[in-house]
Design a protein around this ligand. Structure first.
Ligand code: IMP
Ligand code: MG
Length: 202
């Protein structure tokens, strides 16, 4: 009797361990496939910069860049823009692994945006929680205008209010992507292309 209990406890612990491992699956670069090439991204950055220049003609744009993810996009967008720009940086964090979690924003309190034409620049719009929260917080600082711009617009049902940024360079499917600033647990931001998780096609 006692022995059979030990056997059951052993079997149970092995199965629970299997379930835990499956939930905590860790991905490597082999789990991702090429999705958007570097040259395609650069072409779309030029196009979005042209639209922004047309809309902001004669104005200075204060870019609020959302770190860490928007760093490469902000750099290339700033270089492509003919308009005068000033870049300030804030930090937002919401992803753990491939899951969207609670949002934290820092660095905005000390930034002066009164009477500025503000363009919030982020890497990707997914649930849109980050952009909506940032627009709300920036508006409290009484800027002249606030608009939003993302490199990637994810076509997902998680964006329940159907929020649309003012500018989006590329629309993508509901997939987890890395590269050109986008990370998986802090890794792969330095890729100059975008790659998609194989198993994340909607
Ligand atoms: P949102 O607030 O859900 O729109 O998500 C915004 C942030 O989540 C982005 O700025 C990214 O940092 C992160 N994020 C959303 N989708 C992805 C993805 O597919 N790969 C990596 N990061 C992502
Ligand atoms: Mg981000």
């Amino acid at each position: 009797m006692k022995f059979s209990r030990i056997v059951w406890a052993f079997v149970l612990s092995i199965s629970l361990n299997g379930v835990t491992n499956a939930c905590q699956r860790h991905y490597t670069l082999d789990d991702f496939i090429p999705y958007l090439t570097a040259s395609y991204l650069q072409q779309r950055v030029q196009e979005v910069a042209h639209r922004i220049d047309t809309d902001y003609a004669g104005k200075e744009i204060t870019i609020v860049s959302v770190l860490e993810g928007a760093r490469p996009f902000t750099r290339d967008l700033k270089n492509a823009l003919k308009s005068k720009t000033q870049v300030v940086e804030v930090t937002a964090k919401s992803y753990e692994g491939t899951e969207s979690k609670d949002l934290t924003i820092s660095g905005l309190d000390s930034i002066y945006l009164k009477d500025k034409d503000v363009l919030i620049v982020d890497d990707i719009c997914d649930t849109a929680k980050t952009l909506k929260k940032l627009v709300e917080k920036v508006q409290e600082k009484q800027p002249t205008s606030v608009k939003t711009c993302v490199l990637l617009m994810k076509n997902t049902s998680k964006n329940s209010t159907k929020y649309q940024p003012d500018y989006q360079a590329v629309e993508i499917e509901d997939r987890f992507v890395i590269g050109y600033g986008l990370d998986y647990d802090g890794a792969y931001r330095d890729l100059n292309c975008v790659m998609a998780l194989k198993s994340s096609a909607a």
